[in-house]
Design a protein. Structure first.
Length: 289
């Protein structure tokens, strides 16, 4: 009988011990869950890292910049851009940004103040390398010839240059000729034409024309840990990229001030490779006085 009683007591103690252990574990769990901040989950960690990366990468595209303008009350970058365009934030009542298609302006920003409603048209260049080049315009030669009233001798020479007309003699490339492979009088005619029409040409390339011509030129540079950006009147960008002579490069391409002119190339040999292309390095504008 005494042995049975001892066994019962032992079982009670074991059971009580198990209950106490369970209670202790439960208390520890509750303390960690509610008394302290839990460690971030894999998803939370990914979100934090992605947020930091986004901040370092800067502005993804024109859509991102448009959306920042539309969120101008909360977005510090948008406020800074508006200030750069000579607005006082306290005067602004509303901002509405859209992306037009087929125009030099990548984003159109309508700014409403108590005094007026103004539309700002911004051409945007997103750059990730300090030495990178950005296409500012690309069209068929016939389009430029009509737009700028090119004389026949210039059109003829540029047709060889882009490959619309096959080489008439041995050339470095079977499909086209370089400017320095053309007759000397043709080379002179091409240089003279672009030099005498430089202001109009550069303005058309950077500003465009008509109702949607860009009156602001924006560059965002993602090549460093801290993204840089600038907004300048497009007239200033035109003046800057026009600086310098119209010359033929050693490779036989054309340079108008700081603007490179070349045959588009690539495209797996499709006809579009024969288009005329104009390129700049937008990062140079950061050094403009």
């Amino acid at each position: 009988m005494m042995a049975d009683t001892s066994k019962i007591r032992l079982r009670i103690l074991v059971t009580a011990g198990r209950v106490s252990l369970a209670v202790l574990i439960l208390c520890c769990f509750l303390e960690r869950s509610f008394g302290q901040k839990s460690a971030p989950s894999a998803t939370e960690t990914t979100t934090v890292e992605r947020g930091s990366k986004t901040a370092k990468d800067g502005f993804k595209n024109e859509d991102d910049i448009r959306d920042r303008f539309n969120n101008w009350k909360q977005d510090d970058n948008a406020k800074a851009w508006l200030k750069a365009m000579n607005y006082r934030i306290a005067d602004i009542e509303n901002v509405n940004a859209v992306k037009p298609h087929g125009y030099k302006a990548d984003v159109e920003v309508t700014v409403k103040t108590a005094k007026a409603i103004q539309v700002e048209r911004i051409s945007i260049k997103l750059v990730s390398s300090a030495n990178g080049f950005n296409q500012i315009d690309k069209r068929w030669l016939a389009t430029y010839a009509k737009m700028w009233k090119m004389p026949p001798v210039v059109v003829k020479g540029l047709k060889y240059f882009v490959g619309e007309t096959p080489p008439y003699k041995a050339s470095r490339r079977d499909e086209r000729m370089y400017l320095n492979e053309l007759p000397e009088e043709t080379q002179k005619a091409v240089l003279k034409f672009f030099a005498s029409h430089k202001k109009q040409i550069v303005s058309d390339l950077l500003e465009g024309d008509g109702e949607h011509r860009a009156n602001w030129f924006m560059v965002t540079f993602k090549g460093s840990d801290k993204p840089q950006w600038l907004i300048k009147p497009t007239a200033d960008a035109v003046r800057f990229f026009s600086e310098g002579d119209v010359v033929m490069t050693r490779a036989g391409n054309l340079k108008i001030g700081r603007i490179g002119v070349q045959r588009k190339g690539g495209d797996n040999g499709r006809e579009t490779a024969k288009m005329l292309q104009f390129k700049i390095n937008p990062v140079q504008l950061f050094d403009a006085e």
